[in-house]
Design a protein around this ligand. Structure first.
Ligand SMILES: Cc1ncc(C[n+]2csc(CCOP(=O)(O)OP(=O)(O)O)c2C)c(N)n1
Length: 686
């Protein structure tokens, strides 16, 4: 029998949840931001929370309000988020009710929680992956309970979200690697207005059969004592066995889907009655009464009084400071100055692909917490471009390994890995295949630092081989920087030579924020004619190049500048080499600025260059219309208007959906030195 104290605590917290739901409904005009309550789900949520320790990690979903109460958050704290107040301990008024994140030392950790259903499965599985790695290297970064017990991870999901593809990637990885994680699925048979019968051929418990090595159990999520016992057993088991479990808890949905989507819009009387019969609150109350526990009424009245008083207190609490609305997009980076030797004597020239490889090798030598994974980067091949060659041999398969074809997992898992202190360097094989992982970049990675008010920046490097390299065709030549730059909250480097690659890779590693390294395949080996200078002397081990520092690759003659007979070309990546080749026809007239990083962008240097020449061409490999290059040209026009002799010109690839395979067709659609020369002529004529 469970101790009376625990039963009474559960009852008190259920009273809170009930009173909170009633208060929110009675004050609909005030509780104007969309919110869901946990009514119907309280028993399984409280039972789970009660067994967690401060070394554990949990990802509650938007209906897990009772879980938060069970973890020790007060109604007052939760309501601060409901009403988006400055003191909302999770997001400072930036996100919805029951969207927590926390690093409080006396409670389980919670990474940033998004509203995108099911999308927490991959980041949360990444936590378990990180914990497993820290265990494998006996790392001091691993959080343990006071008695030395190991942490477990809980990923909480609504049943409707389990049908999403990303959940399957997470489950697949968890069973493959046998991670210490529990997927807790709360099944109320509704997904807003869609019924279980309409949307799935099997429930989560049946679905779990498809994942070999996933232990599972189905429970009545309305019976607190049952839930408490089962969750205790499962959590204990995972604490010891370090293996994945799925718990499928059946629950009713007693309140509205959300404050905005109300139950009476679409649920029948019969359905509401059926669900009401399983109210976990009434069940626990009945049990307590049957056991002669009499203080229940007082607990109920006290709870109602507390919620009413706290609600008023929250209403009176301060609003967020609007001057801080743009804080915490990034955490500050320590890398602000170029340091080390860029051209050490006695060193050989290296190819750009090797500069990347050597940078990563040095970083992994210096940092046991860093790991590198992606498709085919493991021991057997070392990357399809040999960009990871020999790393697995040197560092072992636990640090450098192949993954399945799971771009969402590769990218999204870095959220969890980074949260536990692992430093993930990951790769998608081709820029063209970043899209399956794009959701994780947008929904999770980019927003994590901002919405956790700096508690959970995602410190990771994503390597992305990019660009056309001669006959790569429609699915192996694409450029994606404009799409990526539409996301705020990530940094993007696009080096054009080996020295920059090494220095920027080091800066990316020490940045503390998510960084994407766009690595041009045509420059990797300098095989494309005219790109020999992408090879450079290998900089020293301590060489580091901060983000946001553009580089003047070619200077114009002073006399030409003074005569108004010069122009600047703002470019990056392969554009640098097209510009260089074209510039040969205009001796002394061209300044070439290599941006090196696209975000942050060295606006100061590029505006200075434009102002000096009064004439400017922005050159990109991307399809031109609506590209980053066009946006930049617009910004330059605005900032440098008074200094310009004519419009800022842009040259990019033809506006077609893909790079054709046939090399003549490819040449026809991409910029090249001749096309750049034509543009320069036009620009110089202003
Ligand atoms: C990726 C995504 N698609 C759609 C939505 C809109 N949406 C919010 S809740 C919900 C239903 C989720 O049902 P379930 O997972 O069963 O959880 P429940 O609300 O029933 O507890 C949907 C479709 C969303 N938040 N995220």
């Amino acid at each position: 029998m469970i101790e009376k104290e625990i039963l009474l605590k559960a009852f008190r917290l259920m009273c809170y949840a009930k009173s909170m739901a009633e208060t929110y409904d009675a004050n609909r005009q005030i509780c104007k931001y969309v919110h869901s309550t946990s009514r119907g789900h309280e028993a399984i949520q409280l039972a789970t929370a009660f067994h967690l320790k401060s070394c554990d990690y949990v990802s509650p979903y938007y209906r897990d309000e009772s879980m938060l109460l069970g973890l020790g958050y007060s109604p007052y704290e939760l309501m601060l988020q409901l009403l988006t107040k400055a003191d909302d301990p999770f997001t400072g008024g930036r996100s919805y009710y029951s969207h927590p994140n926390s690093k409080e030392k006396d409670k389980p950790r919670i990474i940033h929680q998004s509203s995108a259903t099911g999308m927490q499965a991959i980041p949360t599985t990444g936590i378990a992956q990180g914990i497993q790695y820290l265990e494998s290297i006996n790392s001091s970064l691993l959080l343990k309970a006071e008695n030395g017990e190991l942490p477990v991870v809980i990923c909480s999901l609504g049943d409707g979200s389990v049908t999403e593809g990303e959940v399957s990637e997470a489950l697949q990885f968890a069973v493959l690697k046998q991670l210490p994680i529990i997927y807790l699925v709360q099944d109320n048979e509704w997904g807003i207005s869609a019924t279980a019968a309409e949307t799935r051929a099997m429930n989560a418990y049946e679905y779990a059969d498809g994942f070999k090595g996933l232990s599972k159990i189905q429970i009545d999520g309305t019976d607190f004592t049952h839930c408490y016992k089962i969750m205790g057993n499962v959590i204990n088991e995972v604490r010891k066995s370090r293996k994945p479990w799925l718990v499928h808890a059946k629950v009713p949905l007693l309140n509205h889907h959300t404050s905005g989507v109300r139950k009476d819009f679409y649920r029948s009387e019969d359905d509401l009655e059926k669900h009401a019969k399983d109210d976990p609150f009434s069940k626990l109350k009945k049990l307590l009464l049957e056991n002669g526990i009499s203080e229940l009424e007082k607990i109920e009245t006290d709870a109602a009084e507390l919620i009413a008083a706290d609600f008023i207190k929250v209403l009176d609490s301060p609003e967020p400071n609007i001057n801080k609305a743009a804080d915490y997009v990034f955490v500050p980076t320590a890398v602000t100055e170029e340091k080390g030797e860029r051209n050490p004597t006695g060193k050989e020239k290296v190819m750009m692909v090797d500069a990347a490889l050597f940078a990563i090798r040095e970083l992994m030598e210096d940092h046991a917490e860093s790991i590198f994974f992606g498709q085919d980067v493991g021991r057997r091949l070392g990357g399809v471009f040999r960009e990871a060659a020999t790393l697995a041999e040197q560092f072992g398969d636990h640090r450098v390994f192949n993954t399945a074809i799971q771009e969402a997992y590769i990218i999204g898992s870095t959220v969890g890995l980074s949260a536990v202190g692992v430093k993930p360097i990951v790769e998608v094989q081709f820029a063209d295949y970043i899209y399956p992982g794009f959701n994780q970049l947008v929904s999770e990675i980019s927003k994590s630092c901002y919405l956790s008010c700096g508690k959970y920046p995602v410190s990771t490097i994503l390597r992305v081989p990019i660009g056309a390299y001669g006959g790569g065709g429609p699915y192996h030549s694409g450029c994606v920087e404009t799409t990526l730059l539409s996301i705020k909250g990530i940094k993007i480097a696009y080096p054009s030579n080996a020295a920059d690659m090494k220095g920027l890779m080091k800066a990316a590693f020490y940045d503390g924020n998510p960084v994407i390294m766009l690595e041009h395949k045509g420059l990797y080996w300098s095989k494309v004619p005219g790109t020999e200078e992408a090879r450079s002397i290998e900089p020293s081990r301590d060489y580091i190049l901060p983000f946001g520092k553009a580089n003047v690759i070619l200077n114009a003659d002073k006399s030409k500048v003074e005569n108004g007979d010069s122009c600047c070309i703002i470019t990056y990546g392969m554009g640098v080499y097209w510009a260089k080749a074209a510039a040969k026809k205009f001796p002394g007239q061209i300044e070439i600025v290599d941006l090196r990083t696209l975000f942050p962008l060295d606006e100061e240097m590029l505006f200075e260059s434009v102002k000096k020449h009064g004439k400017c061409l922005v050159l990109t490999e991307e399809q031109q219309n609506n590209s980053f290059a066009e946006a930049l040209a617009g910004r330059i026009s605005k900032e440098c208007f008074k200094w310009l002799d004519g419009p800022v010109e842009v040259l990019g690839a033809a506006n077609i959906p893909a790079i054709p395979l046939n090399m003549n067709l490819e040449n026809a659609v991409l910029p090249n030195a001749e096309k750049v020369s034509e543009k320069i002529k036009a620009v110089l004529s202003f």
